[in-house]
Design a protein around this ligand. Structure first.
Ligand code: NAP
Length: 301
């Protein structure tokens, strides 16, 4: 199908990211996609996405980019960066919101994160600056929807897939604290569908997005061992030692787990209720585990 006559999606934080890859699958059939981000992504080229290479922390003339956009979808954020880099990205996104408002973009979608412990919300640049972006969108007068997913699962995810690989390789996992806190993983494909459906809805507001099952973390990791056919074995760490381990790994350049992520996990704020806005049931975890394990084993042959 030609792009003529299709509405334009301005994708901010492109189709190479975890959510962006699934968002492209959802949107590309229905929208002409203009994608703003820094690094070349071959699947975007294959999908006929128009790439506008730019660092969002720099000065971008948003006016020509938002002018024709029917929908803006923002996905860009850093997991771990210096305070000035977070500040720069915040400023860039605030300029985008102002330009979208000026151009009266019909729909503005934004992916953020669920509530975190108060001490992190107040001090961590990762959260402090992103809440300023969330607030600017909320106050903008635009027709907006902010979705705040908990932990996502899907090919290339950063938690469950990583845990499976650690179990496969070392036969054990660290257990942070008593493991009695909760998580409700949600499929990245479900989030992408939620975003596409929200693109044509009119409701305004912020919604947390949890998956279909709320697990006790310890039960979830036991399930990962079982899926790999292994007996659960843990290196048990107190929460403070867990954060220290994450800090040490980070200091050595690892991107495995950051100290604030451990703090957030054990705070028991990530077991969000199931998202209600899809037109089909939310995906369960088990098929993903089977597929991911097949991928892990195929790549190690
Ligand atoms: N993954 C999760 O489990 C999860 C859960 C809840 C919420 N979220 C939130 O959802 C959003 C997307 O998450 P994700 O996991 O898909 O992230 P991701 O895989 O890291 O992708 C982020 C995207 O943003 C782009 N980007 C980052 N900084 C940029 C900059 N300065 N200028 C231009 N582009 C930039 C990156 O592309 P380039 O490198 O090409 O620039 C990349 O395509 C984030 O806000 C994240 O916090 C994620």
């Amino acid at each position: 199908m030609s792009d003529r006559g299709r509405p334009t999606l301005l994708l901010v934080g492109g189709g190479g990211g975890l959510i962006g890859r699934s968002a492209l699958v959802e949107f590309a059939e229905h929208y002409r996609v203009l994608s703003v981000h820094r690094h070349h992504v071959s699947s975007e080229v294959a999908g006929r996405v128009e790439w506008f290479p730019a660092d969002l922390g720099g000065r971008i003339d948003w006016e020509p980019l938002v002018r024709d956009a029917r929908v803006v979808l923002t996905l860009a954020w850093y997991r771990w960066e210096s305070e000035p880099r977070f500040r720069g990205l915040r400023d860039g996104l605030l300029r985008l919101v102002a330009a979208a408002k000026k151009a009266q973009v019909p729909r503005f979608l934004h992916v953020s994160v669920p509530a975190a412990p108060a001490e992190l919300e107040g001090t961590l640049p990762y959260l402090r600056y992103r809440r300023e972006v969330d607030q600017a969108i909320t106050d903008s007068g635009l027709s907006y929807r902010i979705l705040r997913p908990t932990m996502l699962f899907g090919p290339g995810d950063r938690l469950l897939g990583v845990l499976l690989r650690l179990i496969e390789r070392y036969g054990r996992l660290p257990m942070f604290g008593d493991g009695r806190y909760h998580v409700s993983p949600v499929a990245v494909e479900d989030l992408a569908l939620a975003l596409r459906l929200e693109a044509t809805r009119e409701g305004v507001g912020t919604a947390d997005v949890g998956g279909p099952v709320r697990y006790r973390y310890h039960d979830l990791t036991d399930q990962l061992f079982a899926a790999l056919g292994k007996r659960p074995r843990y290196v048990r760490l107190k929460p403070r030692s867990s954060a220290r381990l994450a800090a040490l790994l980070t200091a050595f350049g690892s991107q495995l787990l950051y100290p604030y992520e451990v703090h957030w996990l054990v705070s028991d704020l990530l077991g969000l209720p199931p998202y209600q806005g899809l037109d089909r049931p939310l995906q369960r975890l088990e098929p993903y585990l089977a597929e991911e394990i097949a991928r892990i084993r195929a790549s190690s042959r």
